[in-house]
Design a protein around this ligand. Structure first.
Ligand code: FMN
Length: 140
């Protein structure tokens, strides 16, 4: 099988990629309980950029401060104030350093009702398509 095409540049709208190798969005579970990603997440993306990816798509990044209060291993990254903007700006600068690897951010309103098992305020409604509750047993 010939993989040459994988290493050819491609234009997607205004985005020019140096090759066609892209990383799908993946939350690796390194985020802290308050949604701050930190150095381990920075290193995760930097390592992939150094390895030669043309495009990295971030893990789902929540624009809703009440996105998730579930199990520790499921902490999600937030994107709700300047600390998070600054963090992702740092990731982007680092990733660009590696031969112009590009990055797309996956913005998410949260995980709907699945993302609100322990919501702290009754005034905050989940961004969900219906009022039907979801029951998730996080011990599995
Ligand atoms: C550990 C892990 C975390 C993931 N996190 C996300 C995520 O944050 N957002 C998303 O849209 N998909 C997420 N996915 C789904 C992947 O992006 C991908 O669609 C899925 O793994 C199927 O692709 P594959 O068959 O190549 O594994 C995740 C997958 C894995 C394995």
């Amino acid at each position: 099988m010939n993989f040459d095409k994988l290493f050819e540049p491609i234009q997607i709208g205004t985005l020019e990629l140096k090759n066609r190798i892209a990383m799908a969005p993946m939350n690796m579970g390194y985020t802290d309980p308050l949604g701050y990603p930190g150095d381990q997440v920075l290193a995760w993306y930097a390592t992939r950029a150094r390895g030669g990816f043309g495009l990295l798509i971030t893990e789902a990044v929540m624009i809703n401060p009440h996105a998730w209060y579930g199990g520790e291993i499921m902490n999600v990254s937030h994107f709700t104030d300047y600390r998070f903007y600054r963090f992702w700006g740092k990731v982007l600068d680092t990733v660009h350093y590696y031969d112009q690897c590009k990055m797309c951010i996956q913005l998410s309103p949260g995980w709907g009702r699945q993302g609100h098992p322990h919501v702290t305020s009754p005034e905050v409604y989940p961004a969900a398509p219906s009022p039907i509750p979801v029951h998730v047993d996080l011990r599995d």
